[in-house]
Design a protein around this ligand. Structure first.
Ligand code: F6R
Length: 242
């Protein structure tokens, strides 16, 4: 795993969007997995701009969402689905057939997990993941205690995740469960970027980069990934000691 420090989030986002473009140019049918939330928003905007400016052909690429809130309808402001629609699918006119997302409203969440695992397998594995880090060290909804070998699964949400998650919604929400890809997927993805910006993320980034590898702090899993890359701005890197 390597860590790269950028002067600010714009520089980080520009670098990462460029990595996405290069992947698609070298492998047009690449499968990319993205988190929602605040961290990847700017990267998505840079990616959209670069695709438009350079007329990158996205007709063969595939996209999956990292996770979804259980019980939150796709069109609702705050759902992961809604983020992807606003950031990528609408601006780039990406057709439904090019992406696969968890349906957090499904009455059969086990089936949702199996369908996601099957989709990944059928597309030859994930080429690139872009993930964030939560204030409890989660990645996706892999909360503290999550196994490093899990595939897609449904998770009871940690209290920190349920309360921090309120920031995405315009009304108070009961956020009890999430559905997420597991660390089996992360560890078998060819290239994983974990991104963070701002001083509020400095402590969790320090633990992820320099702390013990333990399921108690899920983002430490990044240290086990040979092609894992942590991208941070200077504020998020401020507690790193080496
Ligand atoms: C969202 C997700 C979460 C977030 C994390 C950080 O799809 O997977 O794990 O990446 O909670 O959220 P932000 O980026 O909003 O600080």
């Amino acid at each position: 795993m390597v860590t790269k420090i950028f002067i600010d989030n714009d520089a980080l986002s520009d670098f990462l969007a460029e990595q996405m473009i290069e992947l698609i140019l070298s492998k047009p049918n690449a499968l990319i997995c993205f988190a929602s939330g605040n961290s990847p928003r700017n990267t998505a905007a840079c990616f959209v701009q670069k695709v438009k400016e350079r007329k990158v052909d996205l007709s063969a690429f595939h996209f999956i969402g990292l996770d979804e809130w259980v019980g939150v309808p796709a069109p609702m402001h705050g759902s992961c689905h809604n983020d992807f629609k606003n950031w990528l699918f609408d601006p780039l006119q990406i057709e439904d057939s090019r992406y696969h997302l968890f349906n957090g409203m499904s009455s059969n969440l086990d089936e949702e997990c199996s369908m996601m695992d099957q989709y990944i397998q059928e597309h030859g594995g994930i080429d690139m993941m872009v993930v964030g880090i939560g204030m409890n060290g989660h990645i996706g909804f892999n909360e503290p205690g999550s196994n490093f070998d899990a595939k897609s699964h449904v998770v009871p949400l940690d209290e920190i995740t349920s309360s921090v998650g309120q920031k995405y919604f315009s009304q108070p929400m009961k956020l009890e469960y999430g559905i997420t890809l597991g660390f089996h997927h992360l560890l078998s993805t060819k290239k994983v970027y974990l991104i963070a910006n701002g001083a509020a993320k400095a402590e969790v980034i320090q633990k992820a980069v320099e702390g013990e590898v333990t399921t108690a702090f899920p983002a430490s899993v990044m240290q086990l990934h040979k092609s894992g890359c942590i991208l941070v701005d200077e504020a998020a890197a401020s507690l790193l000691t080496r």
